[in-house]
Design a protein around this ligand. Structure first.
Ligand code: UT7
Length: 325
């Protein structure tokens, strides 16, 4: 018997602009390298240039993922961009990626689920593939968070960065006799009662402005540790996988202390975690595919290994994915 699996056939990423260090930020707000490192694990972040838009580096990440998959834009039937910083209010950033790649007409749209956006988009692409609607999909997390940071608020502006990561998801026919590959289990959730803990205080229908990021850091931290840990347990249970079988935990990169607290609760050793926060900071929906790409390109993550992704962010929205790479 055969079934359709949705496998990751390629991964790519791109960091735009230039690296801005904690020392650079200490020149514009009352902060220090010591405070930022000890409270968050962040050392630097990339900030896109004024002339760069999200779809520019989303497209570069997509090219890198296509190269790794050995595919061309003409092979892609679905493009989903997870972002809260689209080039324009509409149309979607996905259609600009489609345009810049020179991809033919196909399905293209954006997903708004903040830091959990990449996992929401991955789940949607997985469903398109499993139902036989598309063979190859591009799933991209891309953000230009620098465009709506309040550069006078030291409690938020030091935490975020710009970047893009992309995966190509492909349909793969499997035989029941062979161990399953690709997406093994997914879990998504959101709780709008917690929306005021992390949001942008603007929008087309409310202020007709983009707004600035506002965060109740302590509440987000507490929810992140609880829900990310639960989300990992949820997918391992759904796939009937033991926690000790996980080869790599690839979490959303918001705060090293959140990642370490989750790892402790889940009894996952530090050597099994991909951490990129020191160089990338929090890039919202881009952070998991950026970390995944880093782990694959430096040779740590290998084909056949069991990966778990998990994230929480604005919404609050959260989720996880268990995948045999
Ligand atoms: O992507 C998902 C969304 N984001 C997150 O998951 C982030 C979740 N939250 C966090 O990562 C942490 O709560 C923060 C890193 C944001 C803050 O860490 P904290 O340990 O909760 O610090 P705090 O907010 O309690 O602030 C402690 C002190 C305060 O001073 P007082 O009131 O104790 O005198 C702040 O004013 O640190 C001060 N502070 C700073 N000091 C130097 C806040 N930001 C800074 C700063 N530099 N950049």
């Amino acid at each position: 018997m055969t079934s359709v699996e949705s496998i990751i056939s390629g991964v790519g990423s791109h960091l735009p602009g230039k690296a801005v260090t904690n020392h650079d930020l200490a020149k514009i707000v009352d902060t220090s390298d010591e405070w930022i490192r000890s409270r968050s694990g962040i050392g630097e972040r990339h900030i896109a240039g004024d002339d760069e838009v999200t779809s520019d580096y989303a497209t570069t990440a997509a090219w890198n993922a296509l190269d790794q998959a050995g595919l061309k834009p003409k092979d892609i039937e679905l493009i989903i961009v997870a972002t809260v910083t689209p080039d324009k209010t509409f149309p979607s950033t996905a259609v600009y990626v489609q345009q810049k790649l020179g991809a033919p007409p196909g399905i293209a749209f954006d997903v708004s689920a903040a830091c959990a956006g990449f996992l929401y988009a991955l789940n949607i692409a997985h469903n398109f593939i499993q139902t036989g609607q598309v063979k190859h999909a591009l799933v991209i997390g891309a953000e230009k968070l620098s465009c709506f940071l309040d550069w006078s608020d030291r409690a938020t502006c030091v935490l975020f960065g710009d970047g893009a990561g992309a995966v190509v998801m492909s349909a793969n026919k499997s035989h029941a006799a062979a161990p399953p590959r690709g997406v093994l289990a997914t879990y998504l959730s959101a709780d709008g009662r917690l929306a005021e803990h992390l949001f942008a205080d603007g929008g087309p229908a409310s202020t007709a402005t983009v707004g600035k990021v506002r965060m109740n850091g302590k509440e987000v931290f507490r929810n992140a540790v609880q829900e990310i840990s639960n989300a990992v347990l949820e997918v391992t249970e759904r796939a009937r996988v033991k926690r000790e079988e996980i080869d790599w935990f690839v979490p959303h990169q918001a705060n090293i202390r959140i990642i370490e607290s989750c790892a402790k609760r889940l009894e996952l050793s530090e050597e099994k975690i991909i951490v990129t926060i020191e160089k990338h900071a929090n890039t919202s929906s881009a952070s998991i595919p950026l970390a995944l790409d880093a782990g694959i390109r430096d040779g740590r993550i290998r084909r056949g290994e069991l990966l778990v992704f998990a994230a929480l962010g604005g919404g609050l929205a959260w989720g996880s994915t268990l995948i045999r790479y």
